[in-house]
Design a protein around this ligand. Sequence first.
Ligand code: GLU
Ligand code: MG
Length: 466
Amino acid sequence: MDATVDTQWRKEQRRRAQARANALLEEGVDGVALSYVDNAGVTRVKAVPVARLPHAAAWGVGMSPVFDVFCVDDSITAGRLAGGPAGDLRLHPDLDRLVRLAGQPGWAWAPVDRFTQDGREHPGCQRSFARRAADRAAAAGLDVRMGFEIEWVVGSDTGGGPGADFAAACRGPAYGMTRMVELGDYCRDLLTALAEQSVEVLQLHPEYAAGQFELSAAPLAPVAAADQVLLVRETVRAVSRRHGMEATFAPVVVAGAVGNGQHLHLSLRRDGVNLLADGPGRYGITAVGESFLAGILGALPALTAILAPSVPSHLRLVPSTWAGAYRCWGRENREAALRLVTGSTGETREAANAEVKCLDASANPYLVVGAVLDVGLAALDAGLVLPEEVPGDPAALAPGDLERLGVERLPRSVAEALDHLDASELLTDALGEYLCDAFTAVRRAEAALFADRTPAEVVAATRWRY
Ligand code: GLU
Ligand code: MG
């Protein structure tokens, strides 16, 4: 989509949407949910009846720009530029991603771009931010594929006191087949719903925490990968409800327990060459691939503001929980914030990718995709080299070794991470003044909101928000 839409574009949108609406009506669909993720990481939505889809595609659906400064508890803050009751934005569904929802019969869904009333890209549109970065990657001749690992917990509130206020919906052990037997129909319905929506699932398994599951979706182009996160999460939520359970993607569901991550895998190719497998460097990393990864590694303290952006993020991002709390890299090292995945011998050319582990679902996936691309691209031709690899748990290293290897803890609070973001000209420029202002205002307001709360209180207040 161009930055400014014109009459011809609107006509074409209307025509395409009419054809899709006719087909949806025939399939028994009544409503279309149009959603995006805000700066608090909360998915917000407006819906239209199917008959209204053509108008929505041509002219968008109105929504106030004040949502740019909504916080996780629905309180409203203000930035220097963002906030206040005035103005209107138009939510434009991306018809290429319009899909009938298998987990919510009678509904279809599409992600949106947010435009101003005069047909310009809204400077706060997170999806446009991601697309700009993806366009830059394409212009640099890179074929980037991204895939998210989505973790969630099924269970419910018990009404008990702090620390005893949540019960998982299954009892089987971590990675245990018992869990998959207990919830076999649920897992099956999840797989069929996602298949019906053309989401390619790579794997599904019970995770470490009580009631926790994880699903890996196949890699896609960057913006499509972020769209897919929204689709997968809402499908999980809907199928869970149909099975009488609640799903939560919150960074932490029970204070002190292992949390939900939302790791990002990325592969890089240029002219068919896998830049993380087909070169002369360590594990076959090419010089360009190494520089890209070093760019990410170097920027991780600032990236943390976007990747682990909430107060509960920092209850999750702790050592020795596979959350990636240290700035270091390592082959197949699940404690490194940046894990190199080489795949099995014989498959590395197809499989090799890098995994950024220090993120969770309170992050906006479009901001994640755009920011990771931006820092990698800025380093692309800089000839940066990765430091020494860390093969084990950095938490087990002596302070002297950490220093020698240049390994450090990632920021431990929202405020600390935002200070790094503020200092990153690269990221603040890429976000642009308005988006940066709105995003940082929200995250600072959330930090203030929870400043005096205990971890258990923070967890209880955010458990059902993501
Ligand atoms: N649950 C862990 C996290 O919070 C991740 C476990 C894994 O490596 O899949 O990131
Ligand atoms: Mg996992």
